[in-house]
Design a protein around this ligand. Structure first.
Ligand code: COA
Length: 299
């Protein structure tokens, strides 16, 4: 199997080859767009990896693709749900059994969809909180014994949308704010053990599942224009921040958030149809799972 074109550029050329030789990364949501590129970059720089995802076939396929990125690379694709703590404990055990250690944890599993507070059910809100917050907590607990041994590094993949009031993202905003809070506490509690905890906060990144749901031409043009650097980011930009934090260069960074968004959040606010869509009673278009099903609130 040859590596897909998607993994052609996973990081900048400034990093030393073999930077992460003999290191092991475990990544939840590792088959997703951003996380798979983060992991791909680490693999190219010498690491072995375990990626965890809910979709067994997809996770295993991406793991096979990642393994082609460096001769000798070992990549596990493990199917599990981050809401199930015992499945994460088993995944961490399997990783250590097969790959020997865990040096880096990327907590990237997340759920996201657009919905107004009126359209969102209590269960939908809870699903995102459970995946993002409980899932992040669960994977930290599962990896902690191994991170203590390796004096490892924890990285949460968060967002910037909760820095301001982002319409249709009440569930995700609450979840990402909590994820940022988890990281701060872990930085303080685990710092004395030699473990760092940080957050990377991607802005609008081209080609992600989240962006593809918003991808009307006019909306994307508005996003581009409202981003100070006048372009969307690419997944390798997030991988570069990850490499920095996991390398010696990032060894004294702890409890911090690195925003990688071209300056976008400083101009973040409502774009496009706001507030018309709230006032005229239309259901948001292009929301997966909503059509003919989610127009009415269950509250
Ligand atoms: N709009 C509104 N509600 C939605 C929704 C949407 N697009 N998609 C799911 N929901 C609701 C469901 O209807 C359900 O609520 P209900 O019981 O009141 O009907 C609740 O969310 C849980 O849905 P379920 O199908 O059981 O999914 P889940 O618990 O496995 O959660 C989600 C998964 C909801 C987060 C789903 O969007 C997902 O898996 N997405 C893929 C991952 C992703 O979004 N990645 C991008 C990260 S940025």
């Amino acid at each position: 199997m040859s590596p897909p074109a998607f993994f052609a550029k996973t990081h900048s050329s400034v990093w030393s080859p073999n930077l992460f030789a003999d290191k092991v990364v475990l990544c939840t949501g590792g088959a997703g767009t951003i996380c798979s590129v983060q992991v791909a970059a680490l693999i190219k720089l010498g690491a072995n990896a375990a990626i965890l995802g809910r979709r067994a076939a997809h996770t295993s396929e991406v793991a096979s693709q990642l393994a082609t990125l460096r001769p000798g690379a070992r990549v596990l694709g493990i199917s599990c749900d981050v809401r199930d703590a015992s499945s994460l404990i088993a995944a961490a055990e399997q990783t250590v059994k097969e790959l020997g250690r865990i040096d880096f944890l990327i907590a990237g599993a997340a759920g996201n969809f657009l919905a107004s507070v009126e359209q969102l059910s209590t269960n939908a809100f809870k699903s995102v909180m459970d995946i993002d917050v409980l899932g992040s907590y669960n994977i930290v607990k599962a990896c902690l014994p191994y991170l203590k041994w390796s004096k490892g590094r924890i990285l949460f993949v968060s967002a910037t949308l909760h820095y301001t009031g982002s319409p249709f993202q009440i569930h995700v905003s609450a979840a990402k704010a909590a994820v940022d809070a988890l990281s701060r506490v872990l930085a303080v509690e685990l710092g004395p053990l030699g473990i760092t905890s940080n957050v990377v906060a991607p802005g609008p990144i081209a080609g992600t599942e989240g962006i593809s749901r918003l991808a009307t031409e006019s909306y994307m043009e508005a996003v581009r224009k409202s981003t100070p650097l006048q372009r969307l980011g690419e997944a390798y930009n997030i991988a570069d921040a990850t490499i920095f934090l996991f390398s010696e260069a990032g060894s004294y960074v702890n409890g911090d958030i690195i925003v990688v968004d071209g300056g976008a959040w400083h101009r973040q606010g409502s774009l496009g149809e706001y507030p018309d869509v709230l006032l005229d009673g239309t259901v948001i278009e292009g929301v997966r799972g909503m059509k003919g099903k989610k127009g009415e609130s269950k509250l």
